[in-house]
Design a protein around this ligand. Structure first.
Ligand code: HEM
Length: 129
């Protein structure tokens, strides 16, 4: 599990991130694909709903972080949806997500909030993916 401190900060931050999730998602894709145009091909067949699904998955991750059974189910579905995406590509996308949160939210996402998201994502990647 993530630390109590990170958990508290994540719960505090999640509703604010939810309020900004569309812009954060858009920025995530811009940051990722500007820096790594070679990844564009991996997204070429995604549906128009994809950005919305991505944003919901990010929020779901934060709400399930303290529920190993649910997180396990979430991870199984997540892996099934991404059979050919490498751990490196996930890493780049999550990195872009954290940068996007910082840029879009500014002072509404202080370092302790970003660190809490980072801890949650790291926990998910290390223990479930
Ligand atoms: C470089 C990393 C990634 C690539 C290349 C990628 C690509 C894809 C592709 C090709 C699909 C299937 C097409 C579709 O359903 O429209 C998909 C589905 C999905 N991805 Fe990703 N993905 C990546 C990372 C992520 C991350 C980090 C999240 C969220 C935390 C995420 C959330 C989802 C969700 C929720 C779906 C299901 C969409 C649906 O049901 O329509 N993906 N992804």
């Amino acid at each position: 599990m993530i630390s109590e401190e990170h958990f508290k900060n994540l719960q505090k931050s999640a509703p604010k991130v939810a309020d900004n999730i569309h812009e954060i998602t858009e920025r995530t894709f811009t940051l990722l694909l500007d820096a790594h145009p070679e990844l564009k091909v991996l997204f070429k067949d995604v549906s128009r709903e994809y950005p919305r699904e991505f944003g919901s998955a990010v929020l779901a991750l934060s709400s399930l972080i303290d529920r190993p059974d649910k997180l396990q189910l979430f991870a199984e579905k997540f892996k099934a949806m991404h059979p050919s995406v490498s751990p490196e590509a996930f890493g780049l996308m999550f990195e872009a997500l954290l940068r996007a949160m910082k840029q879009v939210m500014g002072l509404k996402a202080p370092p302790k909030a970003i660190n809490a998201w980072d801890a949650a994502i790291t926990h998910f990647r290390e223990h479930y993916l």
